[in-house]
Write a protein that binds this ligand. Structure first.
Ligand SMILES: Nc1ncnc2c1ncn2[C@@H]1O[C@H](COP(=O)(O)OP(=O)(O)O)[C@@H](O)[C@H]1O
Ligand SMILES: O=C(OP(=O)(O)O)[C@H](O)COP(=O)(O)O
Ligand SMILES: [Mg+2]
Length: 395
């Protein structure tokens, strides 16, 4: 990578604004998986040891520019304090007098965490004024938020217009590992895409079709494709205005000789909950109009596991079902197990996918767990990530 890293600059006594991705899965105010916090520790610890005054910034969820109490970073600050064995101060605002004061009180080696940056509507607009205000707090910008580096926002990109900008260790490591796997991909090369961010993820498929041998589609993403094939999907997750696009991908794949795998059976329910009154497995052409699919069925699990076992490189982003409810985690767990057992070079990416593989107890069995889902897919497409592009080049 020809970008400067924190090793290339002197941070002693400097105020460092470090963007991290602490967008961790939460349930009832509790962190259910702290992979992303742990992944940022090497950078944070290094900057502390070097005597920097550290200002950390992250988003959590999608609060859409307003304060949402459940999306405050309070639990994140507590967990970070535990992991570092040192008190992390947190502000209750994103920017303003409280932030300015707390920054001025920092000593070398201290850590301050700003409130969820997406509480400020200007963050996602990559607003110049907010970028300038962030920059005014610090002498240096460090991007270690690989999982958010595909977003051009004030704290991931805009800030770099005003102060020197370098990469953290996590960002560097992610780019190296993903970059080398993709440079001369081992074949057969299989990509597995699932999850719930259909709007974000469907777009990457066009490019993936030029790179992979097999494309497995599961999770919430699958239903827009099933609909595109003219089948009934009931109340399953659908991105209405992407149906045409999905249909065109199915045609393109056929022309390119890429095999697309879609669910052949699914688990449907009458209520989105851990224990719905009705739970049944049906073939994909038999989804009742009033039910919703929360997992891939047993035939699909076996089919997907077979494809994985015959691959040499597998990149997986997005759970196969609503794995947070144990009853609907079987599709995700079967895919995770197949990946763990296979000889393929295996890379799993995404905040929720990482949580799923941890929950399945298989985190040590795959080659790399990436903290980025959308980010790793865009990298896989061959795109330059905005949060990387803004960093200073090595001289
Ligand atoms: N069939 C489905 N219907 C609704 N949500 C689903 C379905 N399958 C998976 N999901 C949800 O997708 C979410 C993760 O999506 P996403 O954020 O895109 O993945 P990642 O964080 O791994 O990149 C999980 O919370 C999971 O419950
Ligand atoms: O969780 C994230 O991405 P992921 O779900 O693709 O892993 C990142 O924190 C980015 O969040 P965003 O998709 O709301 O911009
Ligand atoms: Mg996610």
């Amino acid at each position: 990578m020809n970008k400067k890293s924190i090793k290339d600059v002197d941070v002693h006594g400097k105020r460092v604004f470090c963007r991290v991705d602490f967008n961790v899965p939460m349930e009832q105010g509790k962190i259910t998986d702290d992979t992303r916090i742990r992944a940022a520790l090497p950078t944070i610890q290094y900057l502390m040891d070097q005597g920097a005054k550290l200002i950390l910034a992250s988003h959590l969820g999608r609060p859409k520019g307003k304060v949402v109490e459940e999306m405050r970073l309070t639990a994140v600050a507590e967990r970070l304090s535990q992991l570092l064995g040192k008190e992390v101060t947190k502000t209750n605002e994103v920017i303003g007098p409280e932030v300015t004061e707390k920054v001025s009180e920092l000593h070398n080696g201290d850590v301050l965490l700003l409130e969820n940056v997406r509480f400020d509507a200007r963050e996602e607009k990559n607003d110049a004024e907010l970028s300038r205000q962030f920059a005014a707090l610090a002498d240096l910008f460090v991007n270690d938020a690989f999982g958010t580096s595909h977003r051009a926002h004030a704290s991931t990109a805009g800030i770099a217009d005003y102060i020197p900008a370098v990469a953290g260790f996590l960002l560097q490591k992610e780019l190296e590992i993903l970059g080398s796997a993709l440079q001369t991909p081992k074949r057969p090369f299989t990509a597995i895409v699932g999850g719930a961010k259909v709007k974000d993820k469907i777009g990457v498929i066009e490019n993936l079709l030029t790179k992979v041998d097999n494309l497995i589609i599961g999770g919430g993403l699958a239903y827009t494709f099933i609909k595109a094939k003219g089948l009934e999907i009931g109340k399953s997750l659908l991105e209405e205005d992407k149906i045409e696009l999905a249909a065109s991908y199915l045609r393109q794949a056929e022309e390119a000789g890429v095999r697309i795998y879609l669910p052949v059976d699914v688990v449907v329910v009458d209520e989105f909950s851990p224990h719905p009154p009705i739970v049944k497995t049906v073939d994909v052409d038999q989804i009742p109009t009033d039910l919703e699919a929360l997992d891939i069925g047993p035939k699909t699990r076996e089919l997907y596991a077979d494809v994985i076992r015959s691959s040499q490189l597998v990149i997986w982003n997005g759970p196969m079902g609503v794995f947070e409810f144990d009853q609907f985690a079987q599709g995700t767990n079967t895919v995770a197990k197949a990946l763990a057992d296979s000889e393929a070079l295996s890379i799993v990416g995404g905040g929720d996918s990482a949580a799923a593989i941890e929950k399945a107890g298989l985190a040590d069995e795959v080659d790399h767990i990436s903290t980025g889902g959308g980010a790793s897919l865009e990298l896989l497409e061959g795109k330059t990530l905005p949060g990387v592009a803004v960093l200073n080049d090595k001289e």
